[in-house]
Ligand binder design. Structure first.
Ligand code: LLP
Length: 435
Protein backbone atom coordinates (compact mmCIF):
# COMPACT_ATOMS: atom_id res chain seq x y z
CA UNK A 1 0.00 0.00 0.00
CA UNK A 2 2.79 2.43 0.78
CA UNK A 3 5.13 1.78 -2.14
CA UNK A 4 5.82 4.56 -4.65
CA UNK A 5 8.10 4.96 -7.64
CA UNK A 6 9.96 8.18 -8.21
CA UNK A 7 9.17 8.95 -11.86
CA UNK A 8 12.54 10.49 -12.66
CA UNK A 9 14.92 7.99 -11.06
CA UNK A 10 12.58 4.99 -11.14
CA UNK A 11 13.61 4.18 -7.56
CA UNK A 12 10.83 2.70 -5.45
CA UNK A 13 10.30 3.85 -1.89
CA UNK A 14 8.39 1.95 0.78
CA UNK A 15 6.91 3.98 3.63
CA UNK A 16 9.10 6.82 2.45
CA UNK A 17 12.41 4.93 2.32
CA UNK A 18 14.13 4.18 -0.99
CA UNK A 19 14.59 0.45 -1.47
CA UNK A 20 18.13 1.17 -2.65
CA UNK A 21 18.90 2.59 0.80
CA UNK A 22 17.44 -0.42 2.57
CA UNK A 23 19.48 -2.77 0.39
CA UNK A 24 22.65 -0.78 1.07
CA UNK A 25 22.03 -0.76 4.82
CA UNK A 26 20.78 -4.31 5.38
CA UNK A 27 21.98 -6.23 2.33
CA UNK A 28 19.98 -8.55 0.07
CA UNK A 29 17.94 -10.70 -0.09
CA UNK A 30 15.85 -8.66 2.30
CA UNK A 31 12.26 -8.94 3.47
CA UNK A 32 10.77 -5.47 3.90
CA UNK A 33 7.56 -5.31 5.91
CA UNK A 34 5.36 -2.25 5.73
CA UNK A 35 4.28 -2.05 9.35
CA UNK A 36 1.31 0.24 8.70
CA UNK A 37 0.02 -2.16 6.09
CA UNK A 38 0.25 -5.11 8.48
CA UNK A 39 -1.44 -3.20 11.28
CA UNK A 40 -4.17 -1.77 9.10
CA UNK A 41 -5.02 -5.25 7.83
CA UNK A 42 -5.35 -6.36 11.46
CA UNK A 43 -7.75 -3.48 12.02
CA UNK A 44 -9.72 -4.07 8.83
CA UNK A 45 -10.12 -7.72 9.75
CA UNK A 46 -11.24 -6.81 13.29
CA UNK A 47 -13.76 -4.30 11.96
CA UNK A 48 -15.07 -6.78 9.39
CA UNK A 49 -15.70 -9.50 11.97
CA UNK A 50 -17.00 -7.14 14.63
CA UNK A 51 -14.33 -7.43 17.34
CA UNK A 52 -10.53 -7.71 17.32
CA UNK A 53 -10.35 -10.76 19.58
CA UNK A 54 -12.57 -12.73 17.20
CA UNK A 55 -9.66 -12.68 14.78
CA UNK A 56 -6.79 -15.03 15.51
CA UNK A 57 -3.79 -14.06 13.41
CA UNK A 58 -2.40 -17.37 12.10
CA UNK A 59 1.21 -16.96 13.10
CA UNK A 60 2.42 -19.74 10.79
CA UNK A 61 2.19 -17.15 7.99
CA UNK A 62 4.98 -15.15 9.61
CA UNK A 63 5.98 -14.68 13.21
CA UNK A 64 8.64 -12.90 15.18
CA UNK A 65 8.34 -11.46 18.64
CA UNK A 66 7.84 -7.98 17.12
CA UNK A 67 4.98 -9.30 15.02
CA UNK A 68 3.44 -10.87 18.12
CA UNK A 69 3.64 -7.47 19.79
CA UNK A 70 1.98 -5.68 16.84
CA UNK A 71 -0.83 -8.24 16.81
CA UNK A 72 -1.28 -7.91 20.57
CA UNK A 73 -1.34 -4.11 20.32
CA UNK A 74 -4.02 -4.30 17.65
CA UNK A 75 -6.10 -6.38 20.06
CA UNK A 76 -6.23 -9.52 17.92
CA UNK A 77 -5.94 -13.08 19.17
CA UNK A 78 -3.25 -15.46 17.92
CA UNK A 79 -3.16 -18.94 16.48
CA UNK A 80 0.01 -20.96 17.05
CA UNK A 81 0.65 -24.39 15.61
CA UNK A 82 3.65 -25.56 17.60
CA UNK A 83 5.56 -25.08 20.82
CA UNK A 84 8.05 -22.97 18.86
CA UNK A 85 5.41 -20.53 17.67
CA UNK A 86 4.01 -20.43 21.21
CA UNK A 87 7.45 -19.65 22.64
CA UNK A 88 8.08 -16.79 20.19
CA UNK A 89 4.60 -15.36 20.82
CA UNK A 90 5.13 -15.44 24.59
CA UNK A 91 8.60 -13.97 24.15
CA UNK A 92 6.91 -11.08 22.33
CA UNK A 93 4.65 -10.61 25.35
CA UNK A 94 1.52 -11.94 23.72
CA UNK A 95 -1.22 -12.48 26.34
CA UNK A 96 -1.59 -16.28 26.65
CA UNK A 97 -5.34 -16.13 27.19
CA UNK A 98 -5.70 -14.82 23.62
CA UNK A 99 -3.66 -17.69 22.12
CA UNK A 100 -5.08 -20.83 20.51
CA UNK A 101 -2.92 -23.92 20.01
CA UNK A 102 -3.35 -25.99 16.84
CA UNK A 103 -1.77 -29.08 15.39
CA UNK A 104 -2.64 -32.62 14.34
CA UNK A 105 0.20 -34.11 16.35
CA UNK A 106 0.90 -31.90 19.33
CA UNK A 107 3.54 -33.37 21.56
CA UNK A 108 3.10 -33.95 25.26
CA UNK A 109 5.56 -31.09 25.82
CA UNK A 110 3.52 -28.74 23.61
CA UNK A 111 0.31 -29.59 25.46
CA UNK A 112 2.13 -29.10 28.77
CA UNK A 113 3.40 -25.68 27.70
CA UNK A 114 -0.06 -24.63 26.52
CA UNK A 115 -1.70 -25.58 29.82
CA UNK A 116 1.13 -24.25 31.95
CA UNK A 117 1.04 -20.84 30.26
CA UNK A 118 -2.74 -20.77 30.28
CA UNK A 119 -3.51 -20.48 26.58
CA UNK A 120 -7.07 -19.48 25.74
CA UNK A 121 -7.95 -22.71 24.01
CA UNK A 122 -6.50 -25.79 22.40
CA UNK A 123 -8.00 -27.05 19.15
CA UNK A 124 -8.39 -30.80 19.58
CA UNK A 125 -7.53 -32.80 16.50
CA UNK A 126 -7.62 -36.49 17.49
CA UNK A 127 -9.11 -38.94 20.00
CA UNK A 128 -5.69 -39.63 21.50
CA UNK A 129 -5.29 -35.95 22.18
CA UNK A 130 -8.51 -35.80 24.22
CA UNK A 131 -7.05 -38.20 26.79
CA UNK A 132 -3.59 -36.68 26.64
CA UNK A 133 -4.75 -33.12 27.18
CA UNK A 134 -7.20 -34.18 29.88
CA UNK A 135 -4.38 -35.75 31.90
CA UNK A 136 -2.05 -32.80 31.32
CA UNK A 137 -4.75 -30.43 32.59
CA UNK A 138 -5.39 -32.78 35.51
CA UNK A 139 -1.69 -32.71 36.46
CA UNK A 140 -1.79 -28.90 36.45
CA UNK A 141 -5.03 -28.75 38.39
CA UNK A 142 -6.50 -26.87 35.45
CA UNK A 143 -9.58 -27.00 33.29
CA UNK A 144 -8.55 -26.31 29.70
CA UNK A 145 -10.93 -24.74 27.18
CA UNK A 146 -10.94 -26.60 23.87
CA UNK A 147 -12.51 -26.52 20.42
CA UNK A 148 -13.00 -29.64 18.35
CA UNK A 149 -11.70 -29.49 14.79
CA UNK A 150 -14.23 -30.88 12.36
CA UNK A 151 -13.48 -32.10 8.84
CA UNK A 152 -16.49 -30.79 7.00
CA UNK A 153 -15.93 -32.55 3.68
CA UNK A 154 -15.64 -29.39 1.58
CA UNK A 155 -13.52 -29.39 -1.56
CA UNK A 156 -11.86 -25.98 -1.43
CA UNK A 157 -10.86 -24.53 -4.80
CA UNK A 158 -7.19 -24.20 -4.12
CA UNK A 159 -3.95 -26.12 -4.52
CA UNK A 160 -4.22 -29.74 -3.35
CA UNK A 161 -1.45 -29.31 -0.76
CA UNK A 162 -3.24 -26.48 1.04
CA UNK A 163 -6.84 -27.77 0.97
CA UNK A 164 -7.70 -29.23 4.34
CA UNK A 165 -11.35 -30.09 4.68
CA UNK A 166 -11.94 -32.87 2.16
CA UNK A 167 -12.20 -36.31 3.73
CA UNK A 168 -8.93 -37.92 2.71
CA UNK A 169 -6.39 -35.90 4.72
CA UNK A 170 -4.92 -35.82 8.18
CA UNK A 171 -6.74 -32.99 9.98
CA UNK A 172 -9.68 -33.06 12.33
CA UNK A 173 -12.62 -35.33 13.05
CA UNK A 174 -14.77 -36.49 10.19
CA UNK A 175 -18.41 -35.44 10.16
CA UNK A 176 -19.29 -38.13 7.68
CA UNK A 177 -18.29 -41.14 9.78
CA UNK A 178 -19.61 -39.78 13.06
CA UNK A 179 -16.24 -39.29 14.71
CA UNK A 180 -16.86 -35.55 15.19
CA UNK A 181 -19.96 -36.35 17.28
CA UNK A 182 -18.05 -39.04 19.13
CA UNK A 183 -15.31 -36.50 19.95
CA UNK A 184 -17.92 -34.12 21.35
CA UNK A 185 -19.28 -36.87 23.61
CA UNK A 186 -15.81 -37.80 24.80
CA UNK A 187 -14.68 -34.26 25.55
CA UNK A 188 -17.88 -33.58 27.46
CA UNK A 189 -17.20 -36.69 29.52
CA UNK A 190 -13.75 -35.50 30.67
CA UNK A 191 -13.16 -33.73 33.97
CA UNK A 192 -10.46 -31.30 32.89
CA UNK A 193 -11.53 -30.16 29.43
CA UNK A 194 -14.24 -27.65 28.74
CA UNK A 195 -15.67 -27.77 25.23
CA UNK A 196 -16.32 -24.19 24.14
CA UNK A 197 -17.00 -24.68 20.45
CA UNK A 198 -16.22 -26.20 17.08
CA UNK A 199 -13.61 -25.44 14.49
CA UNK A 200 -13.26 -25.89 10.75
CA UNK A 201 -10.51 -24.81 8.35
CA UNK A 202 -11.18 -25.61 4.71
CA UNK A 203 -7.92 -24.50 3.11
CA UNK A 204 -5.88 -21.53 2.09
CA UNK A 205 -5.78 -18.86 -0.67
CA UNK A 206 -9.53 -19.17 -1.30
CA UNK A 207 -11.46 -16.53 -3.25
CA UNK A 208 -15.06 -17.80 -3.08
CA UNK A 209 -17.35 -17.59 -0.07
CA UNK A 210 -19.28 -20.76 -0.89
CA UNK A 211 -16.81 -23.20 0.70
CA UNK A 212 -16.89 -21.26 3.98
CA UNK A 213 -20.69 -21.07 3.81
CA UNK A 214 -20.99 -24.80 3.33
CA UNK A 215 -18.56 -25.34 6.21
CA UNK A 216 -20.65 -23.04 8.44
CA UNK A 217 -23.77 -24.94 7.46
CA UNK A 218 -22.23 -28.30 8.32
CA UNK A 219 -20.65 -27.21 11.59
CA UNK A 220 -23.91 -25.65 12.76
CA UNK A 221 -25.81 -28.79 11.78
CA UNK A 222 -23.43 -30.73 14.00
CA UNK A 223 -24.07 -28.30 16.82
CA UNK A 224 -27.80 -28.83 16.31
CA UNK A 225 -27.39 -32.63 16.35
CA UNK A 226 -25.26 -32.45 19.48
CA UNK A 227 -27.85 -30.30 21.19
CA UNK A 228 -30.60 -32.72 20.18
CA UNK A 229 -28.66 -35.72 21.48
CA UNK A 230 -27.06 -34.31 24.59
CA UNK A 231 -29.48 -31.59 25.58
CA UNK A 232 -29.12 -27.82 25.53
CA UNK A 233 -27.88 -27.74 29.12
CA UNK A 234 -24.74 -29.65 28.10
CA UNK A 235 -24.07 -27.94 24.77
CA UNK A 236 -24.83 -24.36 25.83
CA UNK A 237 -21.14 -23.79 26.52
CA UNK A 238 -20.27 -24.48 22.86
CA UNK A 239 -20.53 -20.79 22.11
CA UNK A 240 -17.86 -20.48 19.41
CA UNK A 241 -17.67 -21.54 15.79
CA UNK A 242 -14.27 -20.89 14.26
CA UNK A 243 -14.18 -21.05 10.47
CA UNK A 244 -10.39 -20.98 10.27
CA UNK A 245 -8.38 -18.91 7.82
CA UNK A 246 -7.81 -19.14 4.11
CA UNK A 247 -8.91 -15.76 2.75
CA UNK A 248 -7.08 -15.29 -0.51
CA UNK A 249 -4.93 -12.32 -1.54
CA UNK A 250 -3.80 -10.86 -4.86
CA UNK A 251 -0.33 -12.01 -5.86
CA UNK A 252 -0.52 -10.80 -9.44
CA UNK A 253 -2.69 -8.05 -10.94
CA UNK A 254 -5.18 -10.56 -12.40
CA UNK A 255 -6.00 -12.00 -8.95
CA UNK A 256 -9.24 -10.52 -7.68
CA UNK A 257 -10.06 -11.64 -4.14
CA UNK A 258 -13.31 -10.39 -2.59
CA UNK A 259 -12.93 -7.55 -0.07
CA UNK A 260 -12.66 -8.90 3.48
CA UNK A 261 -15.61 -6.79 4.67
CA UNK A 262 -17.82 -8.43 2.05
CA UNK A 263 -16.69 -11.95 2.90
CA UNK A 264 -17.03 -11.32 6.63
CA UNK A 265 -20.56 -9.96 6.23
CA UNK A 266 -21.53 -13.11 4.32
CA UNK A 267 -20.05 -15.40 6.96
CA UNK A 268 -21.64 -13.52 9.85
CA UNK A 269 -24.99 -13.65 8.07
CA UNK A 270 -24.78 -17.35 7.31
CA UNK A 271 -23.91 -18.26 10.89
CA UNK A 272 -26.89 -16.22 12.02
CA UNK A 273 -29.34 -17.69 9.52
CA UNK A 274 -28.12 -21.29 9.82
CA UNK A 275 -28.43 -21.14 13.60
CA UNK A 276 -31.94 -19.77 13.37
CA UNK A 277 -32.87 -22.53 10.97
CA UNK A 278 -31.31 -25.13 13.27
CA UNK A 279 -33.22 -23.71 16.22
CA UNK A 280 -30.09 -23.04 18.30
CA UNK A 281 -28.71 -19.76 19.57
CA UNK A 282 -26.12 -18.34 17.20
CA UNK A 283 -22.53 -19.08 18.22
CA UNK A 284 -19.86 -16.39 18.15
CA UNK A 285 -18.00 -16.54 14.84
CA UNK A 286 -14.22 -16.42 15.04
CA UNK A 287 -11.61 -16.73 12.27
CA UNK A 288 -7.88 -17.36 11.80
CA UNK A 289 -6.47 -15.45 8.86
CA UNK A 290 -2.73 -15.48 8.29
CA UNK A 291 -1.97 -14.68 4.68
CA UNK A 292 -4.61 -11.94 4.37
CA UNK A 293 -2.92 -10.01 7.18
CA UNK A 294 0.77 -10.71 6.64
CA UNK A 295 0.98 -11.39 2.92
CA UNK A 296 0.30 -8.23 0.95
CA UNK A 297 2.47 -5.69 2.76
CA UNK A 298 5.87 -7.34 2.43
CA UNK A 299 8.31 -7.37 -0.46
CA UNK A 300 11.46 -9.38 -0.98
CA UNK A 301 14.32 -7.37 -2.37
CA UNK A 302 16.93 -9.29 -4.35
CA UNK A 303 19.98 -8.22 -6.28
CA UNK A 304 20.44 -9.51 -9.79
CA UNK A 305 23.66 -11.48 -10.21
CA UNK A 306 23.89 -13.15 -13.59
CA UNK A 307 21.74 -12.82 -16.70
CA UNK A 308 21.62 -15.37 -19.49
CA UNK A 309 19.82 -15.45 -22.80
CA UNK A 310 18.67 -18.97 -23.50
CA UNK A 311 17.47 -20.06 -26.93
CA UNK A 312 14.13 -21.86 -26.74
CA UNK A 313 13.61 -22.80 -30.37
CA UNK A 314 13.97 -21.24 -33.78
CA UNK A 315 13.29 -17.64 -32.78
CA UNK A 316 12.23 -17.51 -29.17
CA UNK A 317 14.59 -16.73 -26.36
CA UNK A 318 14.17 -16.50 -22.64
CA UNK A 319 16.22 -14.44 -20.24
CA UNK A 320 17.28 -16.23 -17.09
CA UNK A 321 17.76 -13.65 -14.38
CA UNK A 322 19.50 -15.04 -11.31
CA UNK A 323 18.98 -13.42 -7.94
CA UNK A 324 20.86 -13.83 -4.68
CA UNK A 325 18.17 -15.90 -2.91
CA UNK A 326 15.60 -18.33 -4.26
CA UNK A 327 13.81 -21.42 -3.07
CA UNK A 328 15.36 -21.11 0.40
CA UNK A 329 13.49 -17.85 1.03
CA UNK A 330 10.49 -18.54 -1.20
CA UNK A 331 9.58 -22.18 -1.75
CA UNK A 332 6.02 -21.35 -2.83
CA UNK A 333 6.71 -21.20 -6.57
CA UNK A 334 8.26 -24.65 -6.70
CA UNK A 335 5.86 -26.16 -4.15
CA UNK A 336 2.51 -24.73 -5.27
CA UNK A 337 3.18 -23.20 -8.70
CA UNK A 338 2.57 -19.87 -6.98
CA UNK A 339 2.68 -16.71 -9.06
CA UNK A 340 4.31 -13.43 -8.09
CA UNK A 341 4.73 -9.95 -9.42
CA UNK A 342 8.27 -8.57 -9.77
CA UNK A 343 9.65 -5.15 -10.66
CA UNK A 344 13.03 -3.51 -11.06
CA UNK A 345 13.07 -1.05 -8.16
CA UNK A 346 16.52 0.54 -8.34
CA UNK A 347 16.31 2.49 -11.59
CA UNK A 348 14.18 3.48 -14.51
CA UNK A 349 14.33 1.45 -17.68
CA UNK A 350 12.69 2.27 -20.99
CA UNK A 351 13.95 -0.91 -22.62
CA UNK A 352 11.53 -3.32 -24.26
CA UNK A 353 10.02 -5.84 -21.87
CA UNK A 354 11.15 -9.38 -22.52
CA UNK A 355 9.89 -12.72 -21.20
CA UNK A 356 12.22 -13.60 -18.39
CA UNK A 357 12.49 -16.22 -15.72
CA UNK A 358 13.60 -15.12 -12.28
CA UNK A 359 15.64 -17.91 -10.73
CA UNK A 360 17.52 -18.34 -7.49
CA UNK A 361 21.08 -19.38 -6.75
CA UNK A 362 20.38 -22.91 -5.52
CA UNK A 363 21.71 -26.05 -7.16
CA UNK A 364 18.38 -27.09 -8.56
CA UNK A 365 16.55 -26.44 -11.83
CA UNK A 366 13.26 -26.04 -9.98
CA UNK A 367 14.70 -23.13 -8.03
CA UNK A 368 12.41 -20.64 -9.72
CA UNK A 369 11.09 -17.51 -8.06
CA UNK A 370 8.92 -16.40 -10.98
CA UNK A 371 8.32 -18.63 -13.96
CA UNK A 372 7.39 -15.92 -16.46
CA UNK A 373 7.99 -12.26 -15.83
CA UNK A 374 8.17 -9.36 -18.27
CA UNK A 375 11.43 -7.66 -17.41
CA UNK A 376 13.18 -4.83 -19.27
CA UNK A 377 15.57 -6.23 -21.87
CA UNK A 378 18.46 -4.25 -20.37
CA UNK A 379 18.15 -5.92 -16.97
CA UNK A 380 21.65 -6.29 -15.60
CA UNK A 381 23.82 -7.41 -12.77
CA UNK A 382 23.42 -5.12 -9.78
CA UNK A 383 19.78 -4.21 -10.47
CA UNK A 384 17.50 -4.59 -7.47
CA UNK A 385 14.26 -6.49 -7.92
CA UNK A 386 11.30 -6.52 -5.57
CA UNK A 387 8.89 -9.43 -5.46
CA UNK A 388 5.54 -8.36 -4.03
CA UNK A 389 3.26 -9.97 -1.46
CA UNK A 390 5.88 -12.22 0.11
CA UNK A 391 4.86 -11.64 3.73
CA UNK A 392 3.12 -14.97 4.26
CA UNK A 393 4.67 -18.43 4.06
CA UNK A 394 7.99 -17.27 2.60
CA UNK A 395 10.21 -16.51 5.59
CA UNK A 396 8.19 -18.93 7.71
CA UNK A 397 8.86 -21.74 5.23
CA UNK A 398 12.46 -20.75 4.58
CA UNK A 399 15.33 -23.17 4.79
CA UNK A 400 19.11 -23.14 4.80
CA UNK A 401 19.36 -25.16 1.61
CA UNK A 402 22.87 -25.00 0.18
CA UNK A 403 23.80 -23.43 3.53
CA UNK A 404 22.48 -20.05 2.56
CA UNK A 405 21.71 -18.14 5.73
CA UNK A 406 18.19 -16.77 6.04
CA UNK A 407 17.67 -13.18 4.86
CA UNK A 408 17.17 -10.28 7.24
CA UNK A 409 13.67 -8.95 7.91
CA UNK A 410 13.20 -5.24 8.32
CA UNK A 411 10.10 -3.22 9.17
CA UNK A 412 9.49 0.22 7.68
CA UNK A 413 7.16 2.91 8.92
CA UNK A 414 7.01 6.70 8.51
CA UNK A 415 10.41 6.95 6.88
CA UNK A 416 12.12 4.82 9.55
CA UNK A 417 13.41 1.28 9.26
CA UNK A 418 14.00 -1.23 11.99
CA UNK A 419 15.57 -4.66 11.87
CA UNK A 420 13.20 -7.38 13.17
CA UNK A 421 15.30 -10.42 12.38
CA UNK A 422 18.97 -10.17 11.48
CA UNK A 423 20.51 -12.02 8.56
CA UNK A 424 21.87 -15.47 9.37
CA UNK A 425 25.61 -15.67 9.19
CA UNK A 426 28.13 -18.43 8.66
CA UNK A 427 28.56 -18.42 12.46
CA UNK A 428 24.86 -19.22 12.78
CA UNK A 429 25.29 -22.11 10.38
CA UNK A 430 28.27 -23.39 12.31
CA UNK A 431 26.65 -22.88 15.70
CA UNK A 432 24.80 -26.19 15.49
CA UNK A 433 27.94 -28.21 14.86
CA UNK A 434 29.06 -30.30 17.79
CA UNK A 435 32.87 -30.46 17.94
N1 LLP B 1 -6.05 -21.89 10.60
C1 LLP B 1 -5.59 -23.12 10.37
C2 LLP B 1 -6.07 -24.23 11.18
C3 LLP B 1 -4.68 -23.35 9.34
O1 LLP B 1 -4.23 -24.58 9.12
C4 LLP B 1 -4.22 -22.26 8.55
C5 LLP B 1 -3.26 -22.47 7.49
C6 LLP B 1 -4.72 -20.99 8.84
C7 LLP B 1 -5.64 -20.84 9.86
C8 LLP B 1 -4.29 -19.76 8.09
O2 LLP B 1 -4.57 -19.82 6.73
P1 LLP B 1 -4.37 -18.52 5.83
O3 LLP B 1 -5.37 -17.49 6.27
O4 LLP B 1 -3.00 -18.02 6.00
O5 LLP B 1 -4.62 -19.00 4.45
N2 LLP B 1 2.04 -22.88 3.12
C9 LLP B 1 0.84 -22.64 2.35
C10 LLP B 1 -0.33 -22.32 3.22
C11 LLP B 1 -0.60 -23.37 4.24
C12 LLP B 1 -1.63 -22.97 5.20
C13 LLP B 1 -1.70 -23.90 6.33
N3 LLP B 1 -2.70 -23.57 7.26
C14 LLP B 1 1.11 -21.54 1.35
O6 LLP B 1 2.22 -21.05 1.31
O7 LLP B 1 0.24 -21.18 0.56
Amino acid sequence: RNAERDPASGIVTVAGIPVTELAAQYGTPLFVIDEDDFRSRCRDMAAAFGAPDRVHYASKAFLSSHIARWVAEEGLSLDVASGGELAVALHGGFPPERIALHGNNKSEAELEAAVRHGVGHVVIDSMIEIDRLDSVADRHGAVQDVLIRVTVGVEAHTHEFIATAHEDQKFGFSLADGSAMEAIRRVLATDHLRLVGLHSHIGSQIFEADGFELAAHRVISLLRDATAELGAARTAQLGTVDLGGGFGIAYVPSDDPPPIAELAAKLLAIVESESKQAGISAPRLTVEPGRAIAGPGTITVYEVGTVKDVRLGSAARRKYVSVDGGMSDNIRTSLYDAEYDVRVVSRRSDAEPMVSRIVGKHCETGDIVIRNAWMPADIASGDLLAVAATGAYCYSMSSRYNMLGRPAVVAVRDGQSRLLLRRETVEDLLSLEVE
